[in-house]
Design a protein. Structure first.
Length: 253
């Protein structure tokens, strides 16, 4: 029988049975079991893993476990660059384009607020999400770990928090989105980019109060909505306070 000793690090421990967290443990492995098979059998979706070391050497998900192997499994490294060691994916783990499952509508809305291309429909089923992620190279956002275990899902993020604002903070911090955020540059409703427009070109579509008090506007060419820096924009700015530096651009509807 093949046995291997595993040690999972940092937030990966959240997926393990309590008695296995933050310590080494030895388990029997199926014949011809790969690292991916065993990591997921232990409860950790492969999309959460950034680095695997077997006996001190970096390996990929297809490595066949041998009797006595010592396996260390790591999430994303925040404090150091381990790019030369990575073997688990052909491409970088995270690109800032997303597809969110049906339970994360609030998070999807807030990611669009930060300018991130985020597909969401509360009628998406798991199969549709997998197809979209594979087709577009999107990161799957979900609270369903079984969805992240799908072989076709190569980029994903398990969302631990329950409330939208906490979810946004978790995703921004975990995926290091601060530097690439472009707040208020994407339509909150249809996900299309916004473009600045002259006030005169949308004047007939503005309420009287808005015509009198605002001068900067953006337009969504997808759904035709007009945005300006009104009360809704200010509420969204407050939601971002302390999360990342925000340059006011344009929002409100």
């Amino acid at each position: 029988m093949v046995t291997a000793t595993f040690r999972f690090y940092e937030e990966l421990n959240d997926f393990l049975a309590p008695k296995r967290r933050k310590q080494e443990f030895t388990v029997p492995c199926a014949q011809a079991a790969t690292t991916k098979h065993m990591i997921e059998a232990l409860g950790v979706p492969h999309t959460e893993v950034e680095l695997i070391l077997v006996n001190g050497e970096s390996v990929g998900f297809s490595y066949l476990l041998q009797d006595g192997d010592r396996v260390a499994v790591y999430p994303r490294f925040e404090a150091m660059d381990v790019t030369p060691l990575l073997r688990v994916r052909e491409q970088p783990l995270r690109q800032p384009r997303f597809v969110a499952d049906a339970h994360l509508g609030g998070l999807a809305h807030m990611l669009r607020m930060l300018g991130y291309d985020t597909l969401y429909d509360n009628h998406f089923d798991d199969d549709e999400i997998v197809v979209i992620a594979e087709r577009d190279g999107r990161i799957v956002l979900t609270r369903d770990r079984e969805l992240l275990k799908r072989r076709a899902v190569t980029h994903g993020c398990y969302v631990h928090a329950l409330k939208s604002e906490a979810q946004l903070r978790e995703v921004v911090e975990r995926l290091d989105l601060t530097r690439s955020a472009r707040p208020f540059t994407r339509c909150l409703h249809c996900n299309m980019p916004l473009r600045p427009v002259d006030k005169a070109s949308v004047l007939d579509r503005l309420p009287p109060r808005v015509r009198a008090h605002y001068e900067r506007f953006s337009l969504c060419d997808g759904c035709g909505r007009v945005y300006w820096e009104g009360s809704h924009w200010r509420n969204m700015r407050r939601a971002l306070d302390g999360l990342l530096p925000v340059d006011p651009i344009v929002e409100d509807d």
